[in-house]
Unconditional design. Structure first.
Length: 370
């Protein structure tokens, strides 16, 4: 039997979202994490929505080439086996990236996923890249947003009966925290939806400090940077707003307006998260794996060192509550606001406050330890 402990906020208990938590030890193996994941099936009713003969989309990042931070296939297989046990049809789902690389088209994306262990022979479910060969397949989803009245989501999403959203929680240059909300928004949008979220997040250059080293050009996934007369030159009309140039520049040439542009991209992310879930609100469970904590997201293919001890597994039916619990528990277990330490100019709760405002979830929760 597992011990249950509850931590209750200011609101009445019946108004709080339930977030289940399983503690992880430092450097715990994927096999051990997979075993602990079974507690979510045995001790909660989170997955009661799974129906026989219905397709369940299991959404996760299959890993960038050179990046080891993704959720491992041994863990994913537990969810696939659960769906099969309930006579459902599990389907691994993902979308293509904006930037050019092995995850920007379905052919190379699926081959990379197979190399990382997500073959049908290994995990027991097929992969479908739900926005088409190059991210072009989309559907317009009406939402009660402030920035958008409709958002462009991968076209297959409305045809799923339900979803399980598996997120590796870590830092992110645009949002400070990348968890369930980020996985929903960027992770389930079409190419047009991703561009709409990034459209205002553009770098500003202090060329007096630029020495023309070329690191920004080398790491730009959109290939919009040239070095002319030992200075960086950007084609901002083609910039996708990913921020990778900012992370590699060693001379303080590149900056962002975190107060306006940073706030705006988080709010746009929140609205796309709503669009991705609006047809399945009561048929989605969110599971955040808060381990292998890095400053950069899992799309980063370069060095991405682990900065903190592993925290745990968080799960619930409210993505806002699940992401909020990650911040709070990191403070409790590690004694520090890890996201503020990694990205001191970014308030990651902006995305949560905005999505709470437009009706996707709540930051008020009850934590139940398993």
């Amino acid at each position: 039997m597992c011990e249950e402990k509850s931590k209750i906020g200011k609101l009445k208990e019946n108004k709080l979202a339930e977030v289940y938590f399983i503690s992880l030890q430092e450097n715990e193996s994927a096999k051990s994490i997979a075993k602990k994941t079974e507690l979510l099936f045995d001790k909660t009713k989170l997955f009661s929505f799974i129906s026989a003969k219905k397709i369940v989309g299991i959404k996760q990042h299959f890993g960038e080439k050179g990046n080891k931070g993704y959720i491992k296939p041994e863990i994913t297989k537990k969810f696939i086996d659960l769906v099969k046990h309930k006579k459902g049809k599990p389907l691994l789902i993902e979308t293509n990236t904006l930037y050019k690389g092995e995850r920007s088209n379905s052919y190379d994306h699926i081959i990379l996923a197979n190399k990382h262990g997500f073959s049908i022979e290994n995990v027991g479910a097929p992969i479908v890249i739900v926005d088409g060969l190059n991210g072009q397949n989309q559907t317009a989803i009406p939402i009660p947003g402030i920035h958008f009245k409709k958002v462009y989501i991968a076209s297959d999403i409305p045809f799923l009966d339900s979803m399980i959203i598996l997120s590796h929680t870590k830092g992110h240059i645009a949002t400070g925290l990348a968890g369930a909300l980020k996985n929903l928004s960027m992770g389930l949008s079409s190419r047009a939806g991703k561009l709409a979220q990034h459209s205002d997040f553009k770098p500003k250059l202090n060329l007096k400090k630029c020495i023309g080293c070329g690191l920004c050009k080398e790491h730009c996934p959109a290939k919009v940077i040239k070095i002319v007369n030992n200075k960086a030159v950007y084609d901002l009309d083609k910039c996708i707003g990913c921020g990778e140039c900012y992370t590699v520049c060693q001379h303080d040439v590149i900056s962002f307006d975190w107060d306006s542009e940073g706030k705006l991209i988080q709010e746009k992310i929140a609205e796309h998260a709503l669009g991705a879930t609006i047809n399945h609100k009561k048929k989605i469970v969110y599971v955040n794996y808060f381990n292998h904590i890095t400053k950069q997201c899992d799309c980063w293919g370069g060095k991405n060192p682990v900065l903190y001890k592993d925290v745990g597994i968080f799960a619930g039916s409210d993505p806002v509550a699940v992401d909020t619990a990650c911040i709070d528990m990191a403070k409790e277990k590690l004694g520090v606001d890890v996201f503020n330490e990694m990205w001191p100019d970014i308030d990651p709760t902006i995305q949560m406050k905005h999505v709470e405002k437009i009706g996707l979830g709540t930051r008020k929760y009850k934590l139940i330890e398993l």
